[in-house]
Write a protein that binds this ligand. Structure first.
Ligand SMILES: [Zn+2]
Ligand SMILES: [Zn+2]
Length: 1470
């Protein structure tokens, strides 16, 4: 056996969590599977993880090197250091980040056949990190977060770093493709996936893994390992998780595996065999109620559909244990060709026993499943074996014999899997059987026999009886497993060496036929006792996980050992004690443990942690950001203000030189992002008025285009060191703003939008924002200098690294956006409609399921016709409907004639038409109609501004259509409440649906009726085939137009009438009804008609639908912005063409050669431009010059407009760096004498042109004669070679942040060009050999209009480690000057009353006229929660799944707090 120390790699994984005295936290990881060390930085403000993959920056050769770098060679003190063996998870929960690490491990199975060590966590630690972000959290949340960290991890969780162990051994899948059913830290590990370090967090399983060595003749002959995986699909504790749940899984569901192998010296093949079984509660809907008074819990079986989902449960088993098609002879001689599932039911079945009701239903459930024929390839067999009764009547020995009798046939038929591990793949073709190999192992597995099907044990809880029975079942298999491996357990044979060989021809499974005494006499007992020990520990662990206490009745497992009798005596007392313990746990702790488990798995977070965001924001103002312009401080040694951006200086009080009018910070962000929040740290000295009063925010991609996004935001006065978060909305286009102002003329007072934001003026999103200008205005009264503290900018960045590398979440996003674009193309080409209206955003996530037939109907509704009809002949129309059944032919023919019409309406026109239809009968719109109209607008993708414009054009004041104002205030809150519970129910149902699909083929959705089923304006009841007619009364005018006889007919589950689609309520109504009925079903089966559904529920569905559409609109805007950002970096065509063009030539190698072991300093997204760059139409975007080499089309390149003879690129480097040169990659068209540029380069640190210094000027034309390969188009077939390039080396490395490159072409070609003597000669060392016979030709652009062009620009050199803390001491001395007794211009306004009105907390503060003049107030401790969940999910994609989201709505649309201020004038009473 190999040493466990080296198992799986060259070294053991080491994790060091370092907290510096600045309270910054670094995770330093050296994985066993790698040779280097990675550093992950936890952002101290938002908690987001950072890893840039830069050698010498966050990648190091050794752990010591990394630690020295972080602690600056021990100059900065670390506050605490935690040494760990593995990372188990990380998550940010509001203002707290939690890092879970394993500090002690035990090697439970040190060396699996083929390698890999299974470690059980024996000690773990949650590291709590308080974040700077001021997120208010309610007490309940804080308590829940605390409870999450109290979840028991130690001793009950295990992992393997190098092999997949979520599936039966040996897994057919690689490590990083685990079976989700058994992964317990999927949610907790997401943060590492997001930064591309998924290997740095292990895949955690719950349950038990342990091994024992055994031998018959005093020497080690075999190893047996027991692995028990607990399913996470129905997590929870005894009385809360029983029977089936909506994920089609049962409580306490465990897969067990008994692996036996013969250890060999390395290099020898390792033979092994495996036996798998399953245990869990009965798969149907049942439960038990615990009453403190009664001795036993009362068992009940659900009245409604108790076997719902049972078939899906067995399907999952059948899928997992079906080995019929793997091309290997099954172990069994099962002629039927089915997958057997044998259920061994150990419940009491006597008269009057509470469990007998379960036994009956179990039987019935299987009959029911058989009758539906849902499991054609599975044979389910049920064996009843009343364990307790048998023991009482016949004693233990006979009970065991009886069990063996029942198990014999199924065990033999299902069989075991057998094979061996071969160390080399050399003879792989010679092996017969199934071969399994992947990158995780060096050799391969060859399986010659496979287990097909499974035995499943159950008692009531899948605990004590289950553990005992499965042990005696597994024991029989164990003897057979040993025999097949040539390990002798037979007493007679073992004592006689000469007959050893004889055992191989011995009868298979012979122990099944033995009596208990025979078995005990003939088998060597020590290995059996070893096995029993494993089962004893496993039983205790499963019992503890489920009930919080150890297993009972487990003495029977020791029946073969000497102390069996003693154990029995002892265990009676033990059982009583455990029973009491369980009852206490069940009654008191269960619900809290249930919640813990759900949070650990990331389930129901919207309930447990409603204010927590799914993904923390980035802080691009940290690390490599800087101020473009210095700002002058009173402290002459100050660092130009850069320290204002540094977290290391968070206690800094920066003081302006004199009383300044304004202070302006030009912040250049470290990476492009959409800016969402500004975080200020209040900083002042003696007088709190020195801190600015208001701030303006401008943002832009570069200095040339800056938009004002926030004006005059007031900064409250608060104590020194307070963090204030100011949300930043996106820029609003002037046009929208203009429209809005005009439209709002009549309604100067906006209404609070309790239902949804009707005004909805939403800002633009720009993921390429790079420059943020903050303008601070001091209080007018002050004449003292202005003070500032740390300034942080938070935003959402796109996963650029993944996007360029085509992997991880970035790849998902890329593909998604690509699809949008493809759809957009097909959409516009198909319909040919006005692209301005049906632009890109229209097609993103088409609103719910708009199947084409229904769309056709919608388009049919060509408004003009209806309007003209309704205006001119309303009477005819109404009569038409009244007699519609009699005139069916007529209506049909009308319908056809309308279908022939090609819809040609724009969105606005269509919207107006709808408005006119709705107002045709009654001039005033009601609440429901107003909502319907809004739905129509959102489906048409009209912005609120467009809507208001349209309405104003026909003389309607948009405010009169605001649903928020059309509803009784008393109804408002109940409606909001109903909509909120819909949102929660919908999300719960979706979560279950997604989890329920794990291990199964997805169900076909019957999507005729969706969650809301909101019919569009003009849709009506289909008529005679519907018995409900819920919709024809309100929309008389148009119902006939859309009636189709082919519509599906449903049966209302409440009144049992036949009902058409239009007259059905959405599926959400069923969830609400179930909830009120107290059912725990979260499914959407059945329909309910609108007449059986309360109006308030229908209104809630409509409201929820509006919220969904608003959110979708915002989503599609975000996606359009993403698409735009992509196209600005890699070019428009590249997005759709990426897959074809992506050419993975050895980019790394090429880069290495180009950089000459230096780093690329200006690569996007870190590097960017300071100014906009003029670009020819049809050229690649300017940012493509800085994009990674592998991105973009091979043939594309950047060009300046032909009219410009000169282009100046001001490149901002990713870091302050020592730059040694610039490399220009030649465009594929090559250079000619007319377009070869003169290149002049300057460097500087700040934006002022005067401060830059020139480092050289080079003329490329003079090169062309000596290097003819630079001329003319690139030859094809040169991929993989170093691209053509020119290197401009600096004489000495220059330390700078900005590089100015001026490319000039001479419009008049002059023949006399020479190098100035001051300039460096070019270096051609790196040139590729020139191809033979190349012709120096004119470049790709036409000779008549040469232009400036290039493929890429690389700036090379080494980043400089920035030392922002250098003025720390000096700043401290200033602090002394500041620190006098604070004079605060504030007084506390007492809260007079605090009351709960409905669900809202109302605080009342009364300010009496006699109180001092007050300019504002701040509510301390106010926790304004914007819940995660604002509406039900709109697709099968889980919007709360961190892997599927880039943009979170709460950041895109900041929360609004409405404060009502009333001034009461009390009249003096005379
Ligand atoms: Zn109907
Ligand atoms: Zn009904």
């Amino acid at each position: 056996m190999e040493s466990p120390v080296t198992a799986g790699g060259l070294r053991n994984t080491s994790v060091v969590v370092l907290t510096l005295d600045t309270s910054e936290v670094y995770i330093v990881v050296s994985l066993c599977s790698r040779t280097d060390t990675q550093v992950i930085y936890i952002d101290p403000t938002s908690g987001s993880l950072h890893h840039d993959r830069k050698l010498g920056y966050d990648v190091f050769h050794t752990q010591d090197e990394a630690l020295n770098y972080i602690t600056d060679d021990s100059k900065s003190v670390s506050k605490s250091t935690v040494y760990a063996k593995a990372i188990l998870g990380y998550v940010v929960l509001g203002s707290i980040a939690l890092l879970l690490v394993a500090t002690k491990l035990s090697a439970s199975i040190p060396y699996l056949p083929g390698g890999g060590c299974v470690y059980t966590i024996s000690e773990s630690k949650w590291i709590k990190i308080s974040l700077q972000i001021p997120q208010p959290q309610g007490k309940g949340e804080v308590k829940n977060i605390q409870e999450l960290t109290e979840l028991e991890i130690d001793g009950k969780h295990y992992f393997c770093e190098t092999r997949d162990i979520t599936r039966p051994f040996p897994s057919r899948f690689p490590l990083r493709n685990p079976d989700d059913e058994f992964v317990w830290n999927g949610w907790l590990s997401f943060a590492f996936k997001k930064i591309g370090l998924e290997h740095h967090c292990v895949i955690l399983l719950q349950g038990f893994a342990e091994y024992k060595t055994f031998g018959s003749l005093g020497q080690q002959e075999g190893i047996v390992a027991l692995i028990a995986r607990r399913s996470r699909l129905h997590p929870g504790t005894r009385y809360l998780a029983r029977g089936l749940n909506s994920c089609y899984s049962t409580g306490n569901e465990i897969e067990c595996e008994q692996l036996v192998w013969v250890p060999k010296r390395s290099g020898q093949n390792v033979p092994f065999n495996i036996y798998i079984w399953r245990r869990g509660t009965i798969p149907m809907w049942w439960g038990s109620e615990l009453k403190m008074t009664a001795a036993e819990a009362t068992i009940y079986v659900s009245d409604r559909d108790p076997y719902k989902g049972s078939a899906r449960y067995y399907q999952r088993l059948s899928k997992r244990y079906d080995t019929r098609n793997l091309g290997v002879a099954s172990a069994n001689q099962n002629k039927s060709g089915l997958v057997p599932i044998v259920c061994v039911n150990l419940l009491r079945n006597g008269e009057g026993k509470s469990e007998s009701i379960l036994v009956q239903h179990f039987e019935e459930s299987l009959n029911y499943i058989r009758s539906t024929g849902q499991l054609p390839s599975t044979r389910i067999h049920l064996i009843h074996y009343d364990w307790h009764t048998s023991i009482r009547l016949k004693g233990e020995q006979q009970t065991i014999e009886g069990l063996w009798y029942h198990l014999k046939a199924p065990t033999i038929s299902i069989g075991i899997s057998e094979g061996d591990y071969q160390h080399s793949r050399q003879h792989i073709d010679d092996c017969e059987g199934e071969k399994i190999y992947n990158d995780d192992i060096t050799g391969f597995f060859c399986l010659r026999v496979l287990q097909n099907g499974i035995i499943r044990y159950n008692c009531a809880d899948s605990l004590d009886r289950t553990n005992a029975a499965s042990y005696f079942g597994a024991l029989q298999v164990f003897t057979e497993q040993c025999k097949r491996l040539g390990i002798i357990l037979d007493n007679d044979l073992a004592s006689d060496h000469n007959t050893r060989k004889h055992s191989f021809s011995d009868k298979a499974w012979k122990c099944f036929d033995m009596t208990f005494e025979e078995f005990k006499r003939s088998i060597i007992l020590s290995p059996i006792c070893q096995l029993a020990e494993l089962f004893l520990i496993a039983g205790d662990i499963h019992a503890t996980l489920y009930t919080g206490s150890k297993a009972m009745h487990s003495h029977i497992l020791s029946i073969f050992s000497e102390e069996a009798a003693k154990a029995k005596q002892f265990s009676v007392a033990q059982n009583v004690k455990i029973n009491l313990q369980r009852r206490y746990n069940n009654a008191v702790v269960d619900s809290s443990r249930q919640k813990q488990l759900e949070m650990f798995l990331g389930l129901r977070l919207f309930k447990h942690l409603p204010s927590v965001s799914i993904q923390p924001l980035h802080v691009p103002s940290r690390r490599s950001s800087f101020l473009l312009k210095p700002i002058a401080s009173i402290d002459q040694y100050s660092d130009d203000g850069d320290s204002l951006l540094s977290f290391k200086q968070k206690n800094l009080i920066w003081i302006s030189q004199q009383a300044a009018d304004i202070i302006q910070l030009f912040v250049y962000l470290g990476e492009p992002c959409h800016v969402c929040q500004l975080l200020l740290t209040t900083s002042h000295g003696a007088d709190d008025s020195t801190y600015p009063l208001t701030v303006d925010v401008r943002t832009g991609r570069d200095l040339d285009v800056l938009k004002l996004v926030l004006e005059g935001a007031s900064i409250p006065r608060c104590p020194n060191g307070t963090n204030i978060m100011i949300p930043i909305p996106g820029a609003v286009s002037d046009e929208d703003m203009g429209l809005k102002t005009r439209a709002n003329l009549h309604t100067p007072q906006t209404n609070p939008s309790f239902l949804y934001n009707f005004e909805g003026l939403e800002g633009e999103l720009d993921f390429l924002t790079r420059v943020v200008v903050l303008t601070f205005y001091p209080a007018e009264s002050t004449s003292s200098p202005v003070t500032l503290g740390e300034v942080e900018i938070l935003g959402i960045s796109l996963p650029w690294r993944d996007i360029f590398a085509s992997e991880g979440p970035g790849l998902k996003l890329w593909e998604h956006v690509t699809n949008i674009k493809d759809n957009a193309n097909s959409f516009t080409s198909k319909t040919g409609s006005n692209p301005d209206v049906f632009g890109l955003t229209n097609v993103v996530l088409p609103p719910i399921k708009c199947d084409t037939s229904r769309n056709a109907q919608v388009d049919l509704l060509s408004g003009e016709d209806i309007i003209s009809r309704s205006n001119t002949q309303p009477m005819t129309e109404i009569s038409l409907h009244d007699q519609c059944h009699d005139h069916k032919e007529e209506t049909d023919s009308q319908r056809i004639s309308k279908q022939d019409k090609i819809p040609s309406k724009t969105g606005t026109q269509h919207y107006i038409s709808c408005f006119e239809i709705l107002t045709a009968v009654d001039n005033k719109l009601g609440f429901v109609e107003a909502m319907k109209l809004e739905i129509e607008r959102l489906r048409l993708n009209l912005s609120t501004a467009e809507r208001d414009k349209a309405l104003s054009s026909i003389g309607i004041d948009p405010a009169t259509l605001d649903p928020n104002t059309l509803i009784e205030e008393s109804y408002m809150s109940s409606l909001c409440k109903a909509a909120n519970s819909l949102a929660i129910l919908g999300q719960t149902s979706l979560e279950d649906k997604i989890n329920g699909c794990i291990g199964l083929d997805p169900l076909d959705d019957n999507n005729d009726i969706d969650f809301w089923n909101i019919n569009r304006i003009g849709e009506g009841c289909c008529g005679e085939s519907c018995q409900v007619h819920a919709e024809h009364l309100t929309l008389t005018l148009t119902s006939t137009l859309t009636s189709t006889s082919s519509e599906s007919i449903f049966i209302c589950s409440s009144c049992k009438r036949r009902v058409c689609r239009i007259c059905c309520a959405g599926k959400g109504a069923i969830l609400l009804r179930n909830k009120i009925g107290g059912s725990n079903y979260n499914d959407l089966d059945g329909v309910i008609c609108k007449l059986c559904c309360q109006d308030s529920v229908l209104d809630a569905l409509t409201l929820d639908y509006i919220r969904v559409l608003v959110s979708q609109l915002r989503n599609s805007q975000a996606e359009a912005a993403t698409c735009k950002a992509f196209s600005r970096v890699v070019g428009k065509n590249y997005i759709s063409g990426k897959k074809e063009s992506f050419n993975k030539f050895e980019v790394g190698k090429v880069c290495e050669l180009l950089h000459n072991e230096e780093e690329s300093l200006a690569e996007f997204p870190f590097g960017s431009y300071l100014h906009s760059i003029e670009t020819a139409s049809g050229s690649a975007p300017p940012l493509s010059l800085l994009a990674p080499l592998s991105s973009g089309f091979q043939q594309s390149y950047w060009r300046a407009p032909a009219s410009n003879s000169c282009a100046e690129l001001v490149i901002v480097l990713g870091n302050l760096s020592d730059v040694s040169g610039v490399i220009l990659l030649v465009s594929p068209c090559g250079y000619s004498m007319s377009d070869a540029p003169t290149v002049q380069i300057w460097t500087s640190n700040k934006i002022h042109k005067e401060e830059r210094s020139c480092v050289g000027k080079w003329d490329v034309r003079s090169l062309l004669t000596s290097s003819p390969e630079l001329c003319g188009p690139e030859e094809s077939g040169k991929e993989g070679q170093i691209p053509r390039h020119i290197r401009f080396d600096f004489r000495n490395p220059v330390c700078c942040r900005l590089i100015w490159i001026k490319l000039t072409i001479q419009q008049v070609v002059s023949s006399s060009v020479s190098f100035g003597k001051d300039f460096n000669l070019l270096s051609f060392d790196e040139e590729p050999p020139s191809g033979p016979g190349r012709r120096a030709s004119i470049g790709g652009t036409s000779e008549s209009d040469p232009c400036v062009h290039a493929k890429r620009i690389l700036v090379v050199g080494c980043p400089v480690k920035e030392d922002v803390g250098r003025n720390f001491e000096h700043a401290n001395s200033i602090r002394n000057w500041l620190e006098k007794a604070p004079l605060l211009n504030r007084y506390k306004v007492p809260i007079d009353s605090e009351k709960l009105i409905d669900n809202d907390l109302v605080l009342e503060q009364n300010i009496s006229p006699s109180s001092p003049l007050s300019a504002g107030f701040r509510l301390d401790g106010f926790s304004a929660i914007k819940p995660q969940l604002t509406h039900s999910p709109y697709s099968n994609r889980n919007s709360l799944d961190p892997s599927s989201i880039v943009f979170e709505h709460r950041y895109l649309s900041p929360a609004v707090l409405h404060i009502q201020v009333s001034a009461l004038q009390v009249l003096p009473s005379y």
